[in-house]
Ligand binder design. Structure first.
Ligand code: F6P
Length: 546
């Protein structure tokens, strides 16, 4: 097991890193760059079309050596192998975490409990492809014989964030004659606004839910069904306007969707790792089979790199360990993801679930406290918008916010010199964050009143990584997502936690069920909550009917 019986913070490598941090923790990036003119080229690695420059992280060669030794001490190489072999690494749910099987090429078998799961994956992929093609070429008709022009994906969490992120990211490659919408929130506004200008006769709903028990998704799916039938006035219309993606065939059947209109996946695919399973059906319909397969090949290329590259040049390992250094040793509680690519506007939200649902844990796999901080809070917005909003804090605030800058060399929509301007901003931000501006430099500029000098000083020494890619394509998107998946896995392995369960979402769900019954009904219920919750419920009951 990764963390072993010794508390992580007492392990030899952790202790060595703590001592090392005392020694170099406050060393400035100005100094580190001045000491080594090749730092910018040396602290970089490349795989699957992604160039990672981590030279602006606050590390030395020794930091890296110790972090890599920590990863080995925590059993990372063995755990990577265990994941790829399909072992039960999600121990609290007693299952494998085999999302890497979803993107294996057909001939590359992976036998788990006597079953070649890759063959099963490709059988579903083929069925999805056949269906997507009929929608795209107009062979699949709605109940009244009209062509499908609108796709509404209903799902939440991993059954929404992956599909919506991928659709937005790959919109450039999508069939523009189709309108795609994504409904996730139990707030009725989500569905109402998503459908208000759609023609039911031309609308297909994809109900995505791994469990097919998620309250929000089932409520929205029933409301969508009502909306559809209110327009088409025939129960039989459901067959032409609803398909499902789930592991729960029985639940899908009960909802009224025929088994032939269900695309399956497996319990070894975690929700937040499922955008490349049948949960990606909306992506496949939007961009077509060729692009979807390219997306999978990008994922696979990064998987192979993660599995086989030496740790010293392994992108996900390096990214994971740098995140851990920033979090556990530099004390950064958050991590910003800043794509300089408008199409990646939903990537930060996607990575929030991937990272925080995976590694927001307080105990190790064996139930013992982790004893050190786990997942940082992940947040972000596309550049350059964020620059005119929250970057002030990143530059001059009192907290360290490590940032991942993501940029592309080629624009998908070249417009004058706008792409060069965009990228100039990215490079300038990483430079300003690393090197800042001293009081002497401010004074030398000569355009500041003395009392303004402190306001114009930039301390610098803010750690960043830059991910530079030639172009945003389905393949590079796949590689990018796999990079973050495996970085999250690397961090979770060092902490010794199960990155594939999510027990922390259960308490809120069960309390909401109990509370829902108390919000309506004629008689004032006997409320057995705390005094705050009781008062809020009473006030809500009064106001909702006034
Ligand atoms: O409540 C959290 C969660 O279980 C996520 O892990 C998951 O992605 C989401 O809900 C949706 O679950 P399902 O796909 O089963 O509807």
């Amino acid at each position: 097991m990764s963390a072993g019986p010794t508390p992580l913070a007492q392990s030899p490598m952790w202790q060595a890193l703590a001592a090392h941090h005392r020694e170099i923790g406050s060393r400035h990036l100005r100094q580190l760059f001045a000491d080594d003119s090749s730092r910018g080229e040396r602290f970089a690695a490349e795989a699957a079309g992604i160039y990672l420059d981590y030279s602006k992280q606050r590390i030395t060669d020794e930091t890296l050596r110790l972090l890599l030794a920590l990863a080995v001490e925590c059993g990372l190489p063995e755990r990577i192998e265990a994941m790829f072999r399909g072992e039960v690494i999600n121990t609290t749910e007693r299952r494998a975490a085999l999302h890497v099987a979803l993107r294996r090429p057909q001939g590359m078998a992976l036998v788990v409990d006597g079953t070649n799961v890759v063959a099963e994956v490709h059988a579903v992929l083929d069925a999805m492809t056949r269906f997507a093609e009929t929608v795209r070429n107009g062979d699949w008709r709605g109940h009244t014989g009209r062509r499908i022009r609108n796709i509404v994906n209903i799902g939440i969490g991993g059954s929404d964030l992956g599909p919506v992120m991928a659709y937005e990211a790959l919109r450039h490659y999508s069939e523009r004659a189709l309108t795609l919408r994504f409904v996730s929130n139990v707030d009725g506004t989500d569905l109402v606004e998503a459908t208000r200008d759609l023609d039911a006769a031309e609308t297909l709903f994809i109900v995505c839910s791994k469990t097919f028990t998620t309250q929000e998704t089932l409520v929205n799916a029933h409301a969508a069904r009502d909306w559809c039938l209110s327009h088409l006035e025939d129960e039989a219309a459901v067959a032409k306007h609803f398909v499902a993606v789930s592991t729960n065939a029985e639940g899908v059947k009960q909802f009224g969707i025929a088994p032939g209109s269900m695309f399956g996946f497996w319990d070894w695919v975690g929700g937040r790792y499922s955008m490349d399973s049948a949960i990606g059906l909306s992506t496949l319909i939007a961009v077509g089979p060729e692009h979807f397969r390219a997306l999978l090949s990008g994922f696979h290329e990064m998987d192979e790199h993660f599995r086989s590259a030496p740790l010293t040049s392994n992108l996900p390992v390096l990214m994971g360990l740098l995140a851990l250094w920033n979090n556990n040793f530099l004390g950064a509680a958050t991590q910003a993801v800043l794509p300089y690519e408008q199409y990646l506007k939903r990537l930060p939200a996607y990575l929030q679930q991937l990272t925080m649902e995976s590694n927001g844990k307080h105990v190790r796999e064996d139930g013992q406290p982790v004893g050190v901080d786990t997942s940082p809070v992940v947040w972000g917005e596309p550049g350059t918008n964020g620059q005119h909003s929250f970057y002030q804090l990143i530059h001059q605030g009192t907290r360290i916010v490590p940032c991942d800058f993501i940029g592309f060399a080629k624009a998908l929509n070249p417009l004058g010199d706008q792409h060069d301007l965009l990228m100039a901003n990215l490079f300038a931000q990483t430079e300003a964050l690393a090197f800042g501006r001293t009081a002497d430099e401010v004074k030398a500029d000569g355009d500041s009143a003395p009392k303004l000098v402190p306001h114009r000083v930039f301390e610098g020494n803010r750690p960043t990584s830059t991910l530079l890619v030639e172009r945003l394509t389905p393949a590079t998107l796949g590689a990018l997502v796999a990079l973050y998946e495996h970085s999250v896995f690397t961090q979770g392995t060092v902490w010794g936690i199960d990155s594939f369960d999510q027990w922390g979402v259960e308490l809120g769900k069960s309390l909401a069920k109990r509370t829902a019954a108390e919000l309506t009904g004629g008689n004032e219920p006997a409320l057995a909550h705390d005094s705050s919750t009781n008062a809020l419920i009473r006030r809500y009951r009064r106001l909702r009917t006034q």
